[in-house]
Design a protein around this ligand. Structure first.
Ligand SMILES: NC(=O)c1ccc[n+]([C@@H]2O[C@H](COP(=O)([O-])OP(=O)(O)OC[C@H]3O[C@@H](n4cnc5c(N)ncnc54)[C@H](OP(=O)(O)O)[C@@H]3O)[C@@H](O)[C@H]2O)c1
Length: 688
């Protein structure tokens, strides 16, 4: 049996000894703590020379990975002594560096897009330069607290380049003032520095905490700073795990692999490897270590202190006011609008269109049955549809790109475009090309939601015969048929119903759409027209998805009694006055989606937990970790409409109760519409 000795400057009452097997060989590992006694550590080194297969030196501060390699005096002494003895002696530096890199890459690969655009705070970038370098491949949101913590300068570094300049002693922040002199003496400055570090922790998703001085770094840090965070650290002994658990940490990533039954320091693992392959520290390279790490499945440890696996992905979503009515709900404009002429409100609408984007609401508490959570931000741009249409598309693009920048800085991994922001110009294509985070318009799920709601409404009305596996014997019509959402609705309705009638303003586009649907769904009855009036009275289902922004699109008085109309448009294509004319027709406002978990956000004009389908698409993609341009431009793929529907079901999305202009339809209300429809149909038959 080979003997591994760990000589630690740490506490002697944490000593241990146990037998283990590694690379097919038997080992006894024994830790001897010297309670900080350097002479004792030196004596132990000499005592075990020649008797141990390898010696690990523990609880010692590693020199910085970058910048001045300050080595503590005592370490220098021990290292010098270590070089004089025959037995390999190690601090674990080589394995530590390789393990940093390996653990990050392994986690990113295993969990997929794990670090993508995370906000990462390094309490010491100098110590964790190697982690920072790997992390910079996945996110640009890096913050280093070195100037604050190391030098008392109230400034953070915000990129790897800044860290490198700082490490070289050339960064401007170092000229701020003779900080050391100040920090010790001036309490307000120290208090301020503690405050800004605490704030930086609150904003971060991931905090990288050095092993050495772990408790000093986290002194005075509470649940407020660490709650819900991921902490990356090295050798997380039980006491450290308990400390982080008490402070609400969600996930601890320990870069030291746990391959033995108990947690041991990285130097012990390196000593074990050296003894097993019978090499000296300088004879073993990164490649050899990597090979051993991967062969031995020395994976990093991922600890969930609450006992429950956690993953929180992040999204942003852009919203905008639909009309001046919105401003009237916003203080202090609400007060002014009570006694202001409409001209003034026009001016307010114009001015607000120029305001930079801002966060309207944080969204929390979304939890998929798969365990993944999502949180995000609703960012508002000020333009109403009227204002957006009055400007060139570039006006809206610029605001959306500003919003994307903001979203990226906040750590969002995907951004969705709400309502009119994806109607103007090329439906998100330019914004998606220029933005630094993936963009989706949400239109796939909007189309899916609209049809989901229509199908549910048709089923609940019970006026059409629905047989499994067969097309429904009914006629359908789509207004805005050649639009992004409209065209997908046409494609899918052609698969589900006997007949579909496409209404649009552009004949050439209509012909092309008709041709492609016929190719896609052989035998489908597809008719086209620029006006729907003539056949409107025969339709069982109507979808209206135009961007007419409030213009009259269809004459509801001509609709067949019992027809289900899904009004996808925002602003709605049918006014409340129109809807009121036909109590025998079921007008639903497309398919809103109920989110899983206990979502919380400010009012968006829908019942609690319920969101627009386009917002739901952004959330589904976040939950699925699909940080990619999903639906962009006017061509929506119906395969994606199906895919997002399936993904939505997987993540617990439900069709919210179908609602109309006056809110949710109850079964009684639907029964009443049906009753009125049957009466009207009877009357019509009698008249003919
Ligand atoms: N409920 C939701 O969750 C949700 C989600 C996304 C979008 N929306 C809304 O859905 C609607 C359609 O969005 P989209 O992305 O499909 O827009 P789009 O691609 O721009 O399509 C709009 C369609 O409306 C037609 N149109 C425009 N003005 C019209 C008018 N005055 N009369 C008749 N047709 C007119 C256009 O015809 P031409 O081809 O002839 O121009 C086009 O076919 C918008 O109102 C949008 O705000 C709702």
């Amino acid at each position: 049996m080979k003997q591994i000795i760990s000589i630690s400057l740490g506490l002697s009452d944490e000593d241990y000894a146990f037998d283990t097997e590694f690379l097919g060989q038997d080992f006894n590992i024994k830790r001897i703590g010297t309670d900080g006694d350097l002479d004792k550590a030196a004596q132990l080194l000499l005592d075990w020379d020649g008797r141990a297969a390898a010696i690990a030196l523990g609880s010692m501060k590693f020199p910085n990975a970058i910048g001045p390699r300050k080595i503590e005096k005592h370490m220098e002494q021990l290292k010098r002594l270590g070089r004089r003895i025959k037995t390999p002696v190690t601090l674990g530096s080589a394995l530590r560096d390789v393990a940093f890199e390996w653990s990050l890459r392994h986690i990113e690969f295993k969990f997929g897009n794990y670090f993508n655009n995370s906000r990462v705070l390094f309490l010491s970038g100098l110590v964790h330069y190697r982690i920072a370098k790997v992390m910079s491949e996945f996110t640009e949101n890096l913050t280093f607290a070195d100037p604050v913590i190391e030098n008392g300068i109230p400034k953070f570094l915000n990129s790897l380049t800044e860290l490198e300049t700082y490490a070289g002693g050339a960064h401007d922040v170092l000229n701020w003032f003779d900080s050391k002199r100040f920090t010790g003496a001036v309490t307000p400055l120290r208090a301020w520095n503690e405050y800004i570090v605490a704030k930086a922790m609150q904003k971060a998703n991931i905090i990288v905490v050095p092993y050495y001085g772990f408790y000093d770094y986290l002194e005075n840090i509470s649940l407020e700073e660490l709650g819900g965070k991921t902490v990356i650290t090295t050798t997380a002994y039980d006491d450290r795990v308990a400390y982080l658990k008490e402070r609400g940490v969600d996930i601890i990533i320990d870069t030291t692999p746990k391959i033995l039954e108990r947690v041991v320091g990285i130097s012990v693992l390196e000593a074990l490897i050296l003894a097993a392959v019978e090499k000296q520290v300088d004879d073993i390279g990164d490649d050899e270590l990597l090979e051993i790490i991967s062969d031995q499945r020395m994976d990093p440890r991922v600890i969930y202190p609450s006992g429950e696996q956690k993953r929180v992905n992040r999204f942003a979503f852009v919203i905008h006011p639909l009309s001046q009515e919105y401003f009237k709900k916003v203080n202090p404009i609400e007060k002014i609008s009570e006694f202001t002429p409409p001209v003034f409100m026009d001016a307010v609408e114009k001015i607000l269109a120029y305001t930079p984007p801002f966060v309207y609401s944080k969204v929390t508490g979304i939890k998929s049955p798969s365990g993944v959570e999502a949180e995000g931000w609703l960012i508002t741009v000020g333009g109403t549809p009227k204002e957006m249409l009055a400007h060139k598309p570039e006006f809206t693009y610029n605001r959306l790109l500003q919003a994307a920048k903001m979203a990226k800085r906040m750590g969002a991994q995907i951004m969705g475009l709400g309502a009119f922001t994806k109607v103007v110009g090329d439906a998100g294509a330019t914004v998606a090309r220029k933005a630094e985070i993936p963009i989706t318009t949400g239109n796939s799920y909007s189309a899916s939601g609209a049809l989901w709601a229509a199908a549910d409404a048709v089923r609940r009305m019970g006026l059409l015969k629905i047989e499994k596996g067969r097309k429904i014997k009914g006629k359908t019509m789509v207004f805005g048929a050649t639009g992004a959402i409209g065209s997908v609705c046409c494609r899918l309705l052609a698969k589900a119903f006997d007949e579909v009638y496409l209404v649009g303003r552009n004949t050439a586009k209509l012909l092309a759409l008709q041709e492609s649907i016929r190719r896609e769904t052989p035998g489908a009855k597809v008719k086209i027209g620029t006006r729907g009036d003539k056949y409107l009275g025969d339709m069982d289902v109507v979808v209206t998805a135009t961007s007419g922004a409030g213009k009259t699109i269809l004459d509801i008085t001509k609709v067949k009694p019992g027809c289900v109309i899904t009004d996808v448009a925002r602003p709605l294509d049918l006014s409340p006055a129109d809807v009121a004319k036909r109590p025998d027709v079921l007008v639903i406002e497309s398919g809103e989606i109920q989110l899983p978990g206990n979502p919380e956000m400010k009012n968006i004009g829908l019942p609690p937990k319920v969101v627009y389908a386009c917002l739901a698409e952004t959330i589904v993609l976040a939950l699925e970790g699909r940080f990619e341009q999903y639906t962009v431009g006017r061509k929506i793929e119906w395969q994606k409409v199906r895919e997002i529907y399936q993904m939505g079901l997987k993540h617990g999305m439900k069709l919210a109760a179908i609602s109309g202009i006056n809110g949710v339809f109850s079964d009684e209300e639907i029964a009443r519409v049906k009753q009125l429809a049957l009466e009207a149909r009877g009357q019509k038959t009698r008249e003919n």
